[in-house]
Ligand binder design. Structure first.
Ligand code: 6R9
Length: 793
């Protein structure tokens, strides 16, 4: 029995559609689960299409057909094949959306994938046709069927043959050892570091209290491990950092010897400015070599660095300086990114107006623009470095294994960013070893991680991991599409890059630019590809594999967090067969588990909260300046284990499928932004009474920001005001936090206790449908409902 409906891009019709599905379900005696699923599919897909087209006045036919045969329910969606929004839509002016883009509607399709038993997509006669099939078996598990992605890519034989870990058996054997006796395992690993004094105990822990200390009694200096020890070997004149500027012709190479000298000299400059062990230094620099030099110089003398992403605004910089009571700031006059000038000294000066603790500012000349210099406070990097009393060598400070190495701020859900504090020995060991395991690094490799050092990925896998391993790390100041969208491919060819590590958000943006940008570029040097920051959807995975990797490079999808220091879940490329969309298996010493709120429900392969049961050396030590917050944030929901805040499920092969964050942080291009931080920025505007921000799927950024704002009484609604509000947020937090859309609302939905119900707002943001009632009343979908609610609540 079959039935079709046509809808013409009107939200009111969705309601009718839902009623028609209910009628179809009644006539065919569909189970509650199948009805629910069909409805959810329609809601997620059709509404997303309409929401993205977003203009109710435009008519775009979407044909929906339902069919049932042998208890197999089919839902077929056909669009009219036209661009959905031929005029400039208010949401995303740059693109029109059709079913082709559905894969990018992250949340919608991910939920649908969980629920159905099959998806097929074709384009026929100018129409996009998507068919979804599900078996109507009452009581069938809901989340398990997310695993429609069944393609498996075993490691290429030649790759395995040349790798350090060559088979899944070898991985499993090592893994079992690492879990059975972690102290023996990590003790052996730590032999690979240079120590002033060996440790007395590998691990002292009370995980229930969120406490763990590694290599207790040991002493070392991180820079001795990243620099000095290589100078005694042939690596002395090996390129440590190859740098390329915003403009393709700008280039700089620092050998280990040269980097060592720069670091020592700048360490001496810091000392001259009165900086010593334990002092905090804030570094607000673009991606230039002075940034890693400054970080390592801090580490040389035991100062704690706090790198603030160069794209953050004056206000964010101010908060981060004040929070850790920084003594000294390092910034640039300005810099160009994608050819556009960023006046960073201006931002720094604005921030410093409210930071009395900063007595010294060291300014790197990068843009060569006029900037005001405050006589007693500001000085130039090049002049300081050239001073006659600055020596080429600097004795490394003897650091306790547990002494802090750096603070890195990350958005939490309570508004105030958290200063994640990492240790010296444990952090370094963890990033060094994971770098070798996951990226299978060899001495002759050119390694390129495209992240910004302002984020943890850059700290761990541009600076500390590669340098501790004696690798050559490529550092790039610019953006992927400047001067043209082939910049990455040009750079891979030019530097003969062997291993390339990027974020899905960048890959999606490049994929969108089209394949012609590959033309004429020889990417044959590539051996291995990596992904980090967000779930990589299978379609992007396949594109990455085929177009960038030429079908021959394994892809390592690496899951981890600022808090975890380094990668926790990811393939060993010579050993682990990959499944597109899965981060695969835990690394050595990492014991993850997926926990449900109700432990008695469902089987192992259902989704839930991803937690890590035992400590590992790279895990953060505490939140700077807030002794309780580490435990309160990560150890409260499930006592005794580290709760990551991400949802995940495990399949029958033990593979982890990360479903994104369960809390209310919005992940824009891999950068986590707290909704509370966004909301407090909005509310700080004179006209705003109340605000709520939610994430909406966005085809390039992963998530976009959709904000609801209630104006103060007497304030006039206007487009100008909306623009002013966006501008306000951008100034306060930074361009990355600019809301994609602001909707002025008379009232926000709230619970009785006054908490805003974001779940409803998310629904509205995605297309104004709230007709499902309470999803949790459906018992066999309860786990899913729980996840959805947590994700959206
Ligand atoms: C390294 C980094 C952490 C959050 C994390 C998760 C998401 C990171 C991922 C991934 C799916 C992956 N995330 N890697 N989700 N697959 N391979 O990004 O740190 O900025 O702290 O973000 O990013 O949600 O919890 P951070």
């Amino acid at each position: 029995m079959n039935q079709s409906f046509e809808i013409i891009n009107k939200r009111s019709e969705i309601q009718q559609l839902s009623e028609a599905v209910a009628e179809f379900a009644r006539l065919n005696a569909l189970s509650e689960r199948a009805t629910y699923t069909a409805n959810l599919i329609l809601e997620e897909l059709v509404v997303n299409i309409i929401a993205y087209a977003y203009d109710d006045r435009k008519e775009h036919a979407i044909k929906v057909s339902l069919g049932l045969q042998d208890r197999k329910l089919t839902v077929i969606l056909e669009d009219d094949g036209r661009a959905f929004n031929p005029t400039v839509p208010p949401v995303r002016p740059e693109h029109n959306i059709s079913l082709d883009d559905i894969e990018d509607l992250e949340l919608g399709l991910r939920l649908v994938r969980m629920l159905v038993d099959g998806i097929s997509y074709i384009r026929r006669e100018g129409r996009n046709i998507l068919t979804l099939v599900m078996e109507d078996v009452p009581g069938k598990k809901t989340i398990a069927s997310m695993l429609r992605e069944e393609r498996v890519f075993p490691p290429p034989k030649e790759f395995s043959a040349a790798s350090q870990i060559r088979s899944l058996d070898e991985y499993r054997r090592l893994y079992r050892q690492s879990i059975a006796d972690p102290e023996a395992f990590w003790g052996k690993q730590a032999e690979e570091l240079d120590w002033f004094r060996k440790w007395d105990r590998v691990l002292v822990e009370d995980f229930a209290e969120a406490e763990h200390a590694w290599f207790v009694g040991g002493a070392l200096n991180v820079t001795c491990n990243c620099l000095d020890r290589h100078l005694k070997t042939w690596r002395k004149n090996k390129a440590a950092i190859i740098w390329e500027g915003d403009q393709p012709w700008e280039q700089q190479v620092l050998t280990y010897q040269q980097l060592h000298r720069q670091v020592c000299r700048f360490a001496n400059v810091l000392k001259k400015h009165g900086i010593g062990k334990g002092d905090r230094v804030t570094i607000y620099l673009p991606m230039i070599v002075e940034l890693p030099v400054a970080m390592l110089a801090c580490a040389r003398i035991g100062a704690i660095h706090s790198v603030v992403f160069g794209g953050f605004s004056a206000d964010s910089l101010k908060d981060r300086i004040l929070d850790c009571d920084s003594r000294l700031l390092i910034c640039a006059d300005g810099y160009r990114r994608g050819g556009r000038l960023v006046k960073s000294k201006e931002q720094a000066d604005q921030a410093l107006a409210a930071c009395p603790g900063i007595n010294d500012v060291i300014v790197v000349r990068r843009a060569d623009i006029e900037v005001p210099m405050q006589p007693e406070r500001d000085c130039w990097w090049d002049e300081e470095m050239a001073a006659p009393d600055i020596a080429d060598s600097c004795e490394p400070e003897v650091m306790d294994a547990e002494d802090p190495l750096f603070i890195l701020y990350t958005s939490g859900s309570t508004g105030k960013p958290k200063g994640v504090l990492h240790s010296s020995a444990g952090y370094l060991l963890y990033v060094m070893q994971t770098f070798k395991w996951v990226f299978d690094i060899r001495d002759e490799d050119t390694w390129w991680c495209t992240a910004d050092i302002g984020w943890i990925t850059g700290h761990s896998y541009i600076v500390y991991g590669p340098l501790a391993s004696g690798a050559t790390t490529l550092m790039f100041e610019g953006v992927p599409n400047f001067p043209q969208p082939d910049r990455f491919w040009r750079m891979i060819e030019k530097h003969r890059v062997n291993i390339f590590y990027a974020a899905p958000t960048a890959l999606r943006a490049l994929m969108r630019e089209g394949n012609r940008w590959f033309e004429g570029h020889d990417l044959s040097s590539l051996r291995l590809l990596g992904s980090v920051g967000e779930p990589i959807n299978p379609e992007v995975w396949i594109w990455y594999h085929e177009k960038v990797g030429g079908g021959r490079c394994p892809i390592v999808d690496t899951w981890w967090q600022t808090e975890t220091g380094g990668i926790l879940i990811g393939p060993i490329p010579g050993a682990t067969p990959c499944k597109p969309g899965s981060a695969t298996l835990p690394l050595f010493g990492i014991e993850p588990e997926v926990l449900r709120n109700n432990p008695d429900s469902g089987d192992d392969d259902e989704g839930g909260w991803l937690v890590i049961k035992k400590p590992w050396p790279g895990l953060m030590r505490r939140v700077y300046g807030d002794p309780e917050r580490f435990k309160k944030t990560y150890f409260a929901r499930f006592p005794g284990v580290y709760t990551t805040g991400d949802g995940a499920m495990v399949d029958n092969d033990g593979y982890y499928w990360i479903m994104g964050r369960i809390d209310d942080v919005i992940n824009v291009s891999g950068h986590r932004l707290g909704t509370a931080e966004l909301e407090s920025a909005l509310v700080s505007h004179d006209s705003v009474a109340e605000a709520a921000a939610v994430g909406v799927p966005h085809e390039t950024k992963g998530q976009g920001i959709y904000a609801f704002v209630t104006l103060k009484a007497g304030e006039e609604k206007s487009d100008r005001l909306v623009a002013a509000l966006k501008d306000h947020v951008r100034k306060l937090i930074g361009p990355i936090a600019t809301p994609d859309r602001i909707q002025l609302a008379a009232d926000l939905p709230k619970t009785r206790s006054g908490k805003i119900v974001r779940r409803i707002l998310t629904r509205i943001a995605a297309g104004d449908v709230t007709h499902f009632g309470d999803m949790s009343t459906l018992t066999d979908a309860s786990v899913l409902a729980d996840l959805i609610k947590r994700r959206l609540a």
